[in-house]
Design a protein around this ligand. Structure first.
Ligand code: MG
Length: 300
């Protein structure tokens, strides 16, 4: 049943809560993605990619269209100054929405060629912006517009706002997708959803060490995801990984043990911690935005 919490490891008893319900906060969308919480207004933004819009849910108020058209926006995050950072499929770029509402393009090309279709994005404490660039947004009209892939690979990029440099940090993933740092930012996790278009392709989360120079060292596959794929995911303050799957949300310990699971009747794309105490998971799943309180705070 939707909302059932399954415990596979005693550690999950401290990460989940008894007597909480999975709440469906908003529905009626086509494919939801990119949830991000803003403490200033106690609200969540997320993308409804095929409907070419972004939505907003305000606690105690309800939902509304936040931005339309959104250029088929996908992943979102907030930077260390509280500004919205967004991946756009149609325009094949990453943007920042300034406090005055104007939009700044952070990246739309690399080595003189257009990006594929930025998918998900995070911001490190030092202000660098890290994003994945698979080709989902240029494969058909549903989530963007068909176009030739100009980049040789589907890369993970790092943008450094101090000098404007855009660098490839990983180029060996089939379809890099969600990404998140460990709480101390010494580890970067990146999901690879390549099985979506490649028989036998990857459906796992990779693990990389992060050097002082902001480069990566490959630490292999962190965990295979057996129900669908990991699209997007987040970490809590204890370093546990809460990831989307085809059956809901799974929680893995830093040692990769499966601790527990929140079953949801819709395919989950992504999630974000939020709420005034940062202890509420906001979950985008196909047509809906869900929320559930948990026993731990999010890392960011
Ligand atoms: Mg994604």
């Amino acid at each position: 049943m939707s909302g059932d919490v399954k415990t596979y490891d005693a550690r999950f008893k401290y990460l989940s809560l008894p007597n909480v319900r999975l709440e469906r906060l908003c529905t009626g969308m086509l494919w939801t993605e990119g949830p991000v919480y803003f403490p200033l207004g106690d609200y969540v933004l997320w993308s409804d990619i095929p409907n070419n819009r972004m939505m907003q849910w305000i606690d105690g108020v309800g939902s509304r269209v936040f931005r339309a058209p959104s250029n088929n926006a996908n992943g979102n995050t907030r930077d260390r100054q509280g500004r919205l950072v967004t991946c756009e499929h149609l325009t094949r770029r990453v943007t920042r929405t300034e406090h005055d509402g104007s939009i700044t393009v952070i990246a739309d090309s690399y080595a003189g060629k257009r990006l594929n279709s930025p998918n998900d994005v995070i911001v490190k404490r030092d202000g660098t912006i890290w994003f994945s660039d698979p080709s989902y947004g240029i494969m058909n009209d549903y989530e963007g517009a068909p176009a030739d892939q100009e980049q040789e690979n589907c890369n993970v990029f790092r943008f450094d706002p101090s000098d404007g440099a855009l660098s490839v940090v990983a180029d060996d993933l089939v379809k890099p997708n969600g990404l998140a740092f460990s709480p101390d930012e010494t580890v970067l996790y990146v999901s690879d959803s390549g099985v979506s278009h490649q028989d036998g392709g990857p459906h796992h989360i990779r693990k990389f060490g992060v050097t002082d120079a902001n480069t990566l060292t490959d630490q292999g596959v962190f965990q295979e995801i057996e129900i669908g794929i990991s699209d997007g995911f987040r970490l809590d303050v204890d370093g546990n990984i809460w990831t989307s799957t085809g059956g809901g949300v799974q929680c893995f310990a830093p040692d990769a043990d499966l601790l527990g699971e929140i079953l949801i009747d819709e395919v989950v794309s992504n999630l974000a911690f939020g709420g005034p105490k940062n202890n509420r998971l906001f979950i985008t799943a196909t047509t809906s935005l869900y929320a559930i309180f948990v026993g731990v705070r999010g890392a960011i």
